[in-house]
Design a protein around this ligand. Structure first.
Ligand code: 9MR
Length: 349
């Protein structure tokens, strides 16, 4: 396939400090040898799309299902790839039994402490970066903190407390808060960027062990142009706090777009180019993870697709199409990583 061999430019870029990675599922890697090849060709870092979430790992009290996460970590180790730990606390992936316990007994931190101890104990040696808290921000609510099960049970300090708890069990990992909805110029996302910066400033001011942020970057062609004058200062202000920035879930929602497939693919590639031009200019951006590799596996397929959207009906927002053929955005990402490697800003880091 094309000019990129098993140690293609993305993996080369990783050697120079920036990595390219993807969210993956070990069952899909094992079932599809061509997907496994693509992962090994392109990725220096893997994020478990589902298998390291609390509801996946511990569906019941005392009931652990670590097989898929173990398999993913073993695959990564076998091939020398890094693993991003995704994610310790996320409202949406909290098992029902934990929710019930916290509603009955709010304030009982032992649930979180025991969970972190077990998970960080099991995977801590192989995971260099953890999304400790996923999606804590909301706007138009008290403290701009989403009314999650954790916010309700433990109060607004739960983010700092989770970071301290993670640090106690993972002394050397980079600890990260990961969130979405920072990319466009509209009232909600403008407020979300401000709220996120306030949370980060507060965490740093209080000495919470926070090493970086995850900017998900679920892009959407329906949300208008990307604006450097909004995004570049957002990245700089995070960097000025001494935090690293990982682009953690890059993809493009585009299936509402009218036009033929070639035109759609061109627009996706141009949009990602525009985003990476801005993001990779910031030296504190450590790497880029796409939220999957092939359109066939994208979470966006779960959304209804407009009947006239495309012959295959797939959203086309990932590097490879449904048949694992690289699309223009694949080459855009590869080239952007190469260019970023050559950037003088990086050599001055
Ligand atoms: O892509 C993931 C999907 O397959 C899962 O069903 C879902 C719930 O576990 O999570 C999706 O990934 C989400 C990620 O964990 C956090 N940011 C938003 C992602 C897309 O929903």
């Amino acid at each position: 396939m094309g000019a990129v061999d098993r140690r293609g430019p993305s993996r080369g870029a990783a050697r120079d400090g920036r990595y390219l990675g993807a969210a993956v599922r070990i069952d899909q890697i094992e079932a599809e040898p061509r997907l496994a090849e693509a992962v090994l060709r392109d990725c220096a870092s893997l994020t478990p799309e589902i298998d390291m979430k609390w509801d996946a790992l511990q569906p019941g009290p005392g009931e652990w299902r670590t097989g898929p996460a173990d398999g993913l970590v073993a695959f990564a180790r076998q091939h020398g790839l890094a693993v991003r730990g995704h994610t310790l606390l996320w409202d949406q992936s909290t098992p029902a039994w934990v929710r019930a316990r916290l509603e009955r007994d709010p304030g009982d931190w032992s649930l979180v402490a025991d969970y972190f101890k077990t998970v960080l104990g099991r995977y801590g040696a192989f995971v260099d970066e953890w999304d400790v808290v996923n999606e804590p921000i909301d706007t138009g609510v008290r403290d701009n903190l989403r009314a999650t099960v954790f916010r309700k049970a433990y109060g607004p300090d739960y983010v700092a407390r989770a970071l301290h708890e993670a640090r106690a069990h993972a002394p050397h990992a980079r600890l990260v808060v990961n969130d979405y909805g920072f990319d466009y110029d509209n009232p909600v996302e403008n407020a979300r960027r401000a709220a996120f910066l306030r949370l980060l400033e507060d965490l740093k001011a209080r000495g919470a062990p926070l090493d970086g942020v995850g900017v998900q970057a679920h892009l959407d062609l329906g949300k208008g142009p990307l604006k450097r004058e909004l995004l570049a200062p957002f990245f700089s202000r995070i960097a000025d706090l001494g935090l690293g920035i990982a682009i953690t879930e890059l993809d493009v929602k585009e299936h509402d777009l009218r036009g033929d497939v070639a035109e759609r693919d061109r627009q996706v590639a141009d949009h990602v180019q525009a985003y990476l031009d801005i993001a990779l200019e910031q030296a504190s951006v450590t790497g880029v993870t796409t939220w999957g590799l092939s359109d066939r596996h994208s979470w966006l397929q779960k959304k209804p697709v407009r009947p006239t959207a495309s012959p295959a009906g797939l959203n086309r927002g990932l590097p490879y199409d449904g048949a694992l053929t690289p699309k223009p955005v694949y080459w855009t990402i590869q080239q952007a990583m190469l260019d970023a490697k050559a950037s003088p800003m990086l050599t001055n880091r």
